[in-house]
Ligand binder design. Structure first.
Ligand SMILES: C[S@@+](CC[C@H](N)C(=O)[O-])C[C@H]1O[C@@H](n2cnc3c(N)ncnc32)[C@H](O)[C@@H]1O
Length: 258
């Protein structure tokens, strides 16, 4: 049975370029087995044959593999720390910051950072790179329309300023949308850009194996400017951060050593 799953991993790698062996096996296998069983396939071999022929099944598989949940100002206290403690140093003497929201999902995270930065920079000077492995979520991100529950942590003044209400839904205003460039990027295989002041990568590293995480941290460190900041998710402390030339700037924030 283990071979059945490893065979599937190889086939998926060839079909999509995504290497599932770099994701924690227990979690990933459980999630995909539940979906496979729900669709009535007794083996991963059969399931692969089916998703190769049926686009709906394939997109459903991709969706389940990637886990796309997000919200604006997720773990709001952390965004307050970013704003009050980290940004003043990061902004000193600068007219703009180079920012990357890695694994941005449906866009709540890059739009949040644009909204935070809008208090300090004119919107025309804000340029955020937002990437994800999943092109479908980025289509939704570009549309920028969200249910009310995604906005529950948004400060009132920001909600009034940067969202248009359409019935039960909320659309991010065009001036905020224009600050973000969305691009497809696989953290486990694509080249990383450099010279970032701030990299936000939250709630994806938890799914990666230790060796894969190690590689990602190394690359983030190389991509950051001296004193640049890495902002990770609220279960994602880096225990050996000095190995990557990081100082702990606050819980879940790491500063690249000079
Ligand atoms: C739970 S969401 C996190 C969204 C946002 N960062 C947040 O914290 O709210 C995880 C995202 O990671 C993306 N992802 C998974 N594997 C990836 C990889 N190898 N490279 C880039 N993105 C990946 C998924 O497509 C998904 O959109």
């Amino acid at each position: 049975m283990a071979d059945d799953y490893y065979g599937f991993i190889n086939q998926i790698r060839r079909k999509t370029g995504v290497d599932l062996s770099l994701y924690k096996e227990g979690q990933m296998k459980r999630r995909l087995t539940t979906l496979r069983d729900k669709r009535g396939f007794a083996s991963f071999e059969r399931y692969f044959q089916a998703i190769s022929k049926d686009e709906d099944l394939f997109f459903e598989f991709l969706d389940r593999m990637t886990i796309n949940v997000s919200e604006f100002y997720r773990n709001q206290k952390r965004w307050e720390i970013l704003e009050s403690k980290l940004l003043p140093d990061l902004m000193r003497g600068k007219k703009s910051l180079k920012v990357w929201s890695a694994a941005c999902s449906t866009g709540e995270e890059p739009y949040t950072i644009a909204m935070v930065l809008s208090r300090y920079f004119p919107l025309r000077d804000i340029h955020i790179l937002a990437t994800d492995i999943d092109e479908n979520v980025m289509k939704r991100a570009k549309t920028g329309v969200y249910p009310e529950r995604s906005l529950k942590e948004v400060p009132h003044d920001i909600k009034d300023k940067y969202f248009k209400q359409i019935g039960n839904l909320y659309e991010v205003t065009d001036d905020i949308k224009k600050t973000v460039t969305f691009k497809k990027h696989n953290l486990l295989s694509d080249r990383y850009e450099s010279n970032f002041d701030l990299i936000i990568c939250r709630n994806v590293l938890i799914y990666f194996t230790e060796p894969a995480k190690n590689e990602v941290y190394k690359q983030f460190s190389q991509s950051l400017n001296k004193d640049g900041v890495l902002f990770v998710g609220s279960t994602e402390q880096i225990f050996n951060s000095h190995n990557y030339q990081f100082d702990i700037a606050d819980t879940f924030f790491y500063k690249k050593k000079g």
